[in-house]
Design a protein around this ligand. Structure first.
Ligand SMILES: Cc1cc2nc3c(=O)[nH]c(=O)nc-3n(C[C@H](O)[C@H](O)[C@H](O)COP(=O)(O)OP(=O)(O)OC[C@H]3O[C@@H](n4cnc5c(N)ncnc54)[C@H](O)[C@@H]3O)c2cc1C
Ligand code: SF4
Length: 323
């Protein structure tokens, strides 16, 4: 387990604006911070993501005012945000507030500081990303053609919500969070970026704030709009959070390291998991990287289940060999 002193504070809360709270992934704390920082002259730039209908994917975009924030929930589609920031450095005006994956925080922070750009970085507690091809596989399993899709979201519009697909003919498809076949695709790791196999980070403590879902019984049972569990990692993050609370922009209660561990057990235990399973993970990653294997076992949900069965056997063999 990670050291509980890594975060300055643990909280659960939501933005007071009920519309944003509903449209955001969890409780809208991420959107609230971006919106709030835009009200200061120091922060003139942020990054939002919009759905590119033609290429059927999310694309990052620099924005310069709060009204351009596209509230679309978490994007479970791997995006090279470090490359994007590098390419658009000259278009950043003043300071920047942005969200990125834990594995992108250090590189983005270093890039911005090298160019003397003030920054506020929001990250996530992360269980792993999925490549864009994983989403394309999802459409295929549902029998949907990409060219018929007008828009899609992975999260947002209630909690915990799930994947929403809007077709050009007006049909709307809604699937619960982490339901099949997304869960199968995720568990198969056939569309997992290589770096995620060996990732030990629950979050990045170098970010100012880390966002997560409060996967705790009371929220799972009663919360239908959303709350965010979040970690404050820096003094700047703490100051902004207190300001927002005192101005009644967000409602928060103190949480704890213990509740964080309960809500985020698989992520908090990543380090131990990767350490214990390193030989299996190395082999699994090599297998799924094989193009023929990948193609065959991602052809249908049935093939994918066979792949999972094979990986379970492999895991047992490795456990016996290395125990
Ligand atoms: C790949 C991934 C894995 C995650 N894994 C977990 C997990 O295992 N457990 C857990 O509890 N929470 C996880 N989260 C976080 C969770 O899904 C919510 O994003 C979080 O609770 C924030 O909620 P919010 O309502 O406060 O954020 P919002 O108010 O919705 O703001 C979130 C902000 O993040 C931006 N954003 C969304 N996706 C991305 C992305 N891929 N890259 C950069 N910026 C992005 C949005 O544009 C928005 O500005 C994950 C998020 C991602 C993107
Ligand atoms: S699991 Fe680790 S490597 Fe993968 S996206 Fe999350 S932080 Fe990055």
């Amino acid at each position: 387990m990670q050291d509980n002193k890594k975060a300055i504070g643990y909280y659960i809360g939501h933005i007071v604006d009920q519309d944003i709270r509903y449209r955001a992934s969890s409780g809208g704390i991420g959107t609230a911070i971006v919106k709030y920082l835009f009200s200061f002259p120091e922060y003139k730039t942020s990054v939002t993501f919009y759905f590119d209908e033609e290429n059927c994917r999310y694309i990052p975009k620099l924005i310069y005012q709060a009204s351009d924030i596209n509230i679309c929930g978490s994007i479970y589609q791997d995006i090279d945000l470090v490359g994007f920031i590098r390419q658009h450095l000259s278009e950043i005006s003043g300071g920047i507030v942005l969200t990125c994956l834990p594995c992108q925080v250090n590189a983005i922070r270093a890039l911005l500081e090298k160019h003397n750009i003030p920054n506020f970085i929001i990250s996530f507690v992360c269980s792993g990303q999925t490549t864009l091809e994983g989403t394309y596989c999802y459409y295929r399993f549902l029998g949907i053609k990409k060219e018929n899709i007008k828009k899609m979201q992975y999260r947002g519009n209630g909690w915990p919500s799930g994947i929403q697909i809007f077709l050009k003919d007006g049909t709307e498809i809604n699937r619960d969070n982490y339901s099949e076949p997304w869960s199968l695709i995720h568990r198969s790791v056939l569309f997992r970026p290589k770096r995620c196999f060996f990732c030990k980070k629950d979050t990045s403590y170098a970010s100012d704030i880390s966002l997560a879902d409060p996967w705790l019984d009371e929220y799972i049972a009663h919360d239908k709009i959303g709350n965010t569990m979040f970690l404050v990692n820096t003094n700047l993050g703490q100051r902004i959070l207190l300001d927002m609370s005192s101005k009644n922009i967000i409602n928060t209660v103190r949480s704890s390291w213990e509740l964080y561990c309960k809500a985020q057990a698989p992520n908090v235990n990543k380090e131990i998991y990767v350490y214990n399973k390193q030989n299996f993970l190395r082999m699994e990653q090599k297998i799924v990287e094989n193009r023929i294997y990948h193609r065959v076992f991602s052809l249908t949900p049935f093939n994918m289940k066979i792949h999972l069965y094979l990986m379970r056997i492999l895991d047992k063999i490795y456990m016996k060999r290395y125990e």
